[in-house]
Design a protein around this ligand. Structure first.
Ligand code: UDP
Length: 340
């Protein structure tokens, strides 16, 4: 049985990936500093899978803590989620973002080098493409200057990993996520945004639940069929499964390059208005919304060409947009019930 370290394993994508890892027969060790996650998620994962992952509260910014962890644990591979992820906040606090997202990555890679640990999966993002010239976006699309310190940490992160793979016989895969949404069908785990949600789907579900009075559509004057911006929304469980596929590729030594990167999306773009309609149709809830100015830094359209990921990772999405939206709503309803 292979032991996989999942950093940030109690977060949104991390927790869903831990579930899929355990369901696939991996032994999982989670480290998380609980800066944007709750310890109760550990029990939720246990409920779903019947197995409690081994958990260590470790702050990856603390080199000594990281070293101590590796002194005590034997690891076959790492899936690295732990990072700050709020685009707007990263503009206000760039140094915190660089320290956390880059510093932690370097410490992990140093430990891997020093202990001959191979197999690294990195959470990257489609933000590395900026506004791509061609749609759908293939992995060959040029990397555009980052729009935010957050986006820059993903670009720099990939560069650091590529250099480490070349210098230290490391094998790694970066997964460039499009827009992850939804929740596990058990509704034991899901997205837990802190404060006012910045992302569309949590804002939609909180509006439907009456927590927010009105959803704002950020711009209806984009060059798209209905004027609203287009994204590729992928069910988080499908996204989690892409990590298992990537990990198996590395463990089986099927990878063709020591550093590979893949687009992880559905291949289908949906506009904000289409999301609103699909949400209303699949949940029966009516959304109160208005149109406001565009949000700074938003691109017009981004959706993935997943041909290469489908073929090389032997992976494809299985869930529909409607399922994803319904699961997000079921999760929201559960949160609302818990707090009423
Ligand atoms: N969006 C919106 N209202 C909101 C939040 C987001 O209209 O309250 C739009 C946003 O402008 C973008 C899309 O929804 O076109 C997805 O935004 P999100 O922040 O979820 O993800 P991003 O693609 O920016 O990472």
């Amino acid at each position: 049985m292979k032991t996989i370290l999942v950093t940030g394993g109690l977060g949104f994508i991390g927790s869903h990936t831990v579930v899929e890892l355990q369901n696939s027969g991996f032994k999982v060790i989670v480290i998380d500093n609980l800066s944007n996650s709750r310890i109760e998620v550990l029990d939720s994962i246990t409920k779903i899978t019947g197995t409690k992952p081994n958990f260590h509260k470790v702050d990856l910014r603390n080199k000594k803590e990281v070293k101590n962890f590796f002194d005590l644990n034997i690891i076959d591979g790492i899936i690295h989620f732990a990072a700050f992820k709020a685009v707007g906040e990263s503009v206000e606090k760039p140094l915190e973002y660089y320290e956390n997202n880059i510093g932690s990555l370097v410490y992990l890679l140093q430990e891997m080098r020093d202990r001959n640990i191979d197999n690294f999966i990195f959470s990257s993002s489609c933000t590395v493409y900026g506004q791509a010239d061609k749609l759908p976006i293939t992995e060959n699309a040029p990397i555009k200057p980052a729009e935010s310190p957050y986006g820059n940490t993903k670009q720099i992160g990939e560069e650091i990993i590529k250099d480490s793979c070349n210098a230290h016989k490391l094998n790694a895969i970066a997964l460039r996520y499009f827009n992850p949404i939804g929740a596990h069908e058990s509704i034991e785990i899901g997205e837990l945004p802190l404060g006012i949600p910045q992302n569309l789907i949590p804002y939609v579900t909180q509006t439907a639940a009456g927590i927010r009075s009105q959803l704002s559509i950020f711009g209806d004057d984009y060059e798209t069929p209905d004027g609203t911006a287009i994204r590729d929304y992928i069910h988080v469980v499908d996204l989690a499964k892409a990590h298992i596929a990537a990990l198996k590729r590395l463990l089986n030594k099927d990878n063709e390059n020591n550093f590979e990167y893949y687009n992880i999306g559905t291949g289908k773009g949906s506009s904000v208005l289409e999301i609103i309609t699909a949400f209303q149709n699949s949940t029966g809830k009516i959304l109160n919304y208005k149109t406001v100015e565009r949000r700074t830094g938003d691109v017009t359209a981004a959706y993935a060409d997943t041909t290469i990921a489908n073929e090389k990772l032997n992976w494809k999405t299985e869930k529909t947009l409607e399922e994803a939206l319904r699961s997000a709503w079921n999760w929201q309803e559960k949160q609302s019930n818990n707090h009423s």
